[in-house]
Design a protein around this ligand. Structure first.
Ligand code: ZN
Length: 76
């Protein structure tokens, strides 16, 4: 547990789904243990977690499941 950089609130470890783009593809990694501020919701990824996420993104591991993601164009 540590202090939030933004609001000085306390953080706690929560398992969340992390979504991010990797080489133009949207990836979701489930149940990532991340420190989350209990006040403002800011997320903190430890170096270890970021490394693991990078490894997963680069691995050719078969995804547990593939979701269809709706993409809408704003100016239509
Ligand atoms: Zn905060």
């Amino acid at each position: 547990m540590k202090e939030c950089y933004f609001c000085k609130g306390t953080t706690e470890v929560k398992k969340i789904d992390v979504d991010f783009r990797w080489e133009g593809k949207l990836l979701v990694i489930k149940d990532v243990p991340v420190e989350v501020c209990t006040q403002c919701g800011e997320k903190y990824y430890s170096a270890e977690i970021s490394k693991k996420i990078d490894e997963l993104a680069q691995s050719s591991r078969k995804p547990e499941k593939v979701l269809e993601v709706p993409v809408l164009e704003f100016s239509r």
